[in-house]
Design a protein around this ligand. Structure first.
Ligand code: M6R
Length: 606
C-alpha cells in the first residue's frame, strides 16, 4: 500500500513523477503529493483524491525542480486528507513513506518535548522531524543509520533534503523498494513498474538496507553503513502499460480476458504435443513431500481453498491452507517433507511475504504462485510458478484468481502423476479436459445480459448469501467477497450444509441468495439446502451446470447454467457469473469499480 517515486536529474522532474505516480495508483488512491527542491526550498503540492487532481495543481503552480519525491497514499494513520497526504516535511527534509511506524506515538511525544510541531495525524511525520533532529549533530549518513535504528515497524522511505539538491535517500524494512539507473539521472520507486517508462535497469533493496541516489551514482549500504554491491537487473524493454481499450473499466476488461489468459497459462505449462505438463524447473523429487501448505490472503487464499480439494482428491499429500496474517503469528511446526506454497497476484502482500520469510528462515522448501514475476515474493521463493495473466489493474482480483486456480490445479495433477496416484491415461485425460476450459469460459461470458438485471437486485439488498458445497464452497466465499468489495453489500459465503447450524436465522422474505449447485456429487444435497432457504422466503439465483435432466425444484428466482466440464474444472466456470454479478451490482450503484473505497490493489502493510 502507498506508492513512492523519486527522481534526481538535471532536467525538471515533476511531470515524470506524476506519470509514475499514476502507475502506482493501484497501491493507494486516497491522496497524492509531490515535493521538489528549488533554490534551497522544499516545495510541496498535495491533494486529497486522485493523481489527476494533483497534476492539475502542479500545472497551475508550475512546479519546478530537478529533484523530487512523490507519493500515492492508502491511509493507515489519519484519515485521507490534504494535510495527511505525503510528502511530510520539516523545515529541512521531506519524506515519503510506505508502511507503518509502530512506535510513532512515543517518538512524537519525545519530539514534541523538543519543540517540534506536528501538522498531520500520520506516523510518517515523526520521520521528518527525527531526521531533522539528528542532522543537527550528525553527518547525513550517520543520521540515516541512527534514524532507521530508532524506527520500529515496516517502511520503504524516500527522503530529500533542503540543502542537498543532489541526492535522495531510499531505505527499506519490510516494504519493497527499487532503484533505477538512467542517463544522467537515477530513480527510486516502490516497484519496477513505476520506473519502467524511464529505465529497464533496476536494483532492489533488501530488508535493512539504504541507499544514496545521486544523478550519476547510486551507493548501497547495509544497516550499519557498510557499503555493499547490488545486482543490476535488466527488465524487459517494452513499457507494457496496460490500457482499457474499448472498455470503461479495467475490471470488465479483465473478466472478459479470462478465456485468453487461461489459454496463455495453459500454453506455458502444457506440452500439447506430448499431452503432458511442463514443470521442468521443479527442483525437488515429488516423493520428497508428505504434505503441502498453501498460504495467501483474500482472493488468493480462496484459490488455496479450492486447491485443497484438488490436492486431497488427486494426491496422497496432507494439505493445509492458511491465511498469511494468521500463519505468520502461529506456532507453526515446520516440516522438512512439506512444500510451502505462497499465492499472491502482486507478490508484494506484506503478510504473505512475511509468512514466506518465516518459512525461509526455518529452511523450508518454498514455491511462489504469482502474477508479478519481479515481485518480492517471487524473488525470495525457491521456485516461482507464474500465472501468466498479464497486469491486473482492477482492485478486485478476477483473472488472477482463475490464473492462481489454474496453476494450482496443474501442480496438483503433476504431483498426482509423479506420485503414481493416477495412471498415464487418467493424467492425459485430465490434461485433455483442461484444454476445453478456455472455450467454455468464453461461452460463460456470454451470459452477461441476464446477470445485468440480476445485479440490479443484489445491488440494493440489505444483505445476501452465497452457498455451495465441495469446490463450490470456496467459490461462494469468493463471490461474496467480490460483492462486498465492489457493491458494498453485506454478503457471506457459507458451506450450504452449514446453514441449518445458525445462519438460516438470517433468511427473510426477499433476501437474495446465490446457490452454487453444479451437477456434481453434491448436487442433490445442495438442492435440498436451496429448498430450505426458498421455504423461508429467499430469492434464489441458482448457478448450475447444463444437463439434459430438468431442474425439478420450484420457486427458483433465476437460473444460470455453465458448461458441464469435468467436475474438477467447474470452479473456473462458476466464478465468472459471480464476478459479473458483483460488477453489475456496483455499476447499478454508480460506484468506482476499479478503485473501491478503502481498498488498494497491493496490500503492503499488515
Ligand atoms: O496480491 P495478492 O494476491 O497477494 O492480494 C491478496 C488480496 O489482498 C487480494 O486478493 C484482495 O483480497 C482482492 N482485493 C480481492 O479482490
Amino acid at each position: 500500500m502507498c506508492g513512492i517515486v523519486g527522481i534526481v536529474s538535471t532536467k525538471e522532474v515533476s511531470s515524470r513523477i506524476v506519470n509514475s505516480l499514476r502507475k502506482l495508483e493501484y497501491r493507494g488512491y486516497d491522496s497524492a503529493g509531490i515535493a521538489t527542491i528549488v533554490e534551497g526550498n522544499i516545495n510541496e503540492v498535495k491533494r486529497e483524491g486522485r493523481v489527476d487532481f494533483l497534476e492539475k495543481d502542479i500545472l497551475k503552480l508550475n512546479l519546478k525542480g530537478d529533484i523530487g519525491i512523490g507519493h500515492v497514499r492508502w491511509a493507515t494513520h489519519g484519515k485521507p486528507s490534504k494535510i495527511n497526504a505525503h510528502p511530510h516535511s520539516s523545515d529541512q527534509v521531506s519524506v515519503v513513506h510506505n508502511g507503518i511506524i509502530e512506535n510513532s506515538t512515543i517518538l512524537k511525544k519525545l519530539l514534541e518535548k523538543k519543540g517540534y510541531i506536528f501538522k498531520s495525524q500520520t506516523d510518517t511525520e515523526v520521520i521528518a522531524h527525527l531526521v531533522t533532529d539528528y542532522l543537527k549533530k550528525n553527518s547525513l549518513k550517520s543520521t540515516i543509520i541512527k534514524v532507521l535504528k530508532k524506527l520500529h515497524g515496516s517502511f520503504a522511505l524516500g527522503i530529500i533534503f533542503k540543502d542537498r539538491n543532489d541526492l535522495i535517500i531510499g531505505a527499506r524494512r519490510g516494504s519493497p523498494l527499487a532503484v533505477g539507473y538512467g542517463p544522467n539521472e537515477n530513480y527510486l520507486g516502490s516497484d519496477s513498474y513505476a520506473l519502467k517508462s524511464m529505465t529497464n535497469k533496476i536494483s532492489y533493496l533488501d530488508d535493512g538496507e539504504f541507499c544514496i541516489i545521486k544523478k550519476d551514482q547510486i551507493e548501497f549500504f547495509e544497516a550499519h553503513g557498510v557499503k555493499i554491491n547490488k545486482k543490476v537487473l535488466n527488465l524487459s524493454k517494452e513499457d507494457t502499460y496496460y490500457e482499457k481499450g474499448d472498455y470503461k473499466y479495467f475490471m470488465e476488461k479483465e473478466i472478459d480476458e479470462q478465456p485468453s489468459t487461461l489459454n496463455d497459462c495453459i500454453n506455458e505449462y502444457i506440452d500439447k504435443h506430448n499431452n503432458q505438463i511442463n514443470l521442468y524447473n521443479f527442483p525437488w523429487k515429488m516423493n520428497l513431500f508428505k504434505s503441502i501448505v498453501l498460504i495467501g490472503c483474500g482472493t488468493a487464499y480462496h484459490s488455496c481453498l479450492v486447491a485443497k480439494y484438488w490436492i486431497e482428491q488427486n494426491t496422497s499429500l496432507d494439505v493445509s491452507i492458511d491465511i498469511a496474517s494468521e500463519f505468520r503469528y502461529r506456532k507453526v511446526r515446520f516440516k522438512n517433507d512439506c512444500l510451502y506454497v505462497f499465492v499472491s497476484q502482486s507478490g508484494e502482500t506484506a503478510d504473505t511475504y512475511a509468512a514466506l520469510e518465516l518459512c525461509k528462515k526455518n529452511k523450508m522448501k518454498t514455491c511462489a504462485v504469482v502474477n508479478v514475476v519481479e515481485s518480492s515474493i517471487a524473488r525470495e521463493a525457491d521456485l516461482v510458478l507464474p500465472i501468466y495473466c498479464g497486469q491486473e489493474i482492477g482492485v478486485a482480483s478476477t483473472k488472477a484468481f482463475l490464473g492462481q486456480m489454474l496453476v494450482l490445479y496443474i501442480l496438483s495433477i503433476k504431483i498426482s502423476f509423479d506420485q503414481k496416484f493416477i495412471n498415464k491415461h487418467e493424467y492425459q485425460s485430465k490434461i485433455k479436459n483442461l484444454l476445453l476450459l478456455s472455450n467454455s469460459a468464453k461461452k460463460t461470458l456470454k451470459l452477461d445480459h441476464k446477470i445485468l438485471n440480476i445485479g440490479k437486485v443484489f445491488a440494493h439488498a440489505k444483505g445476501c448469501m452465497f452457498l455451495g458445497r465441495g469446490y463450490s464452497f470456496p467459490i461462494a466465499l469468493e463471490g461474496a467477497l467480490k460483492l462486498k468489495e465492489l457493491a458494498y453489500v453485506h454478503a457471506e459465503g457459507y458451506p450450504a450444509g452449514e446453514m441449518k447450524h445458525g445462519p438460516l436465522a438470517l433468511i427473510e422474505e426477499g433476501m437474495p441468495v446465490v446457490v452454487i449447485a453444479p451437477r456434481d456429487d453434491h448436487y442433490k444435497k445442495t438442492m435440498s439446502n436451496m429448498q430450505e432457504v426458498i421455504a423461508r422466503g429467499a430469492k434464489v439465483l441458482l448457478i448450475t451446470t447444463k444437463s439434459k435432466d430438468e431442474i425439478t425444484s420450484e420457486n427458483i428466482w433465476e437460473i444460470i447454467e455453465v458448461d458441464q466440464l469435468n467436475n474438477e474444472l467447474i470452479p473456473f466456470l462458476i466464478t465468472i457469473p459471480l464476478q459479473k454479478l458483483a460488477f453489475y451490482s456496483a455499476l447499478e450503484k454508480g460506484y468506482d469499480i476499479d478503485k473501491p473505497r478503502n481498498l488498494a490493489k497491493s496490500v503492503t502493510v499488515e
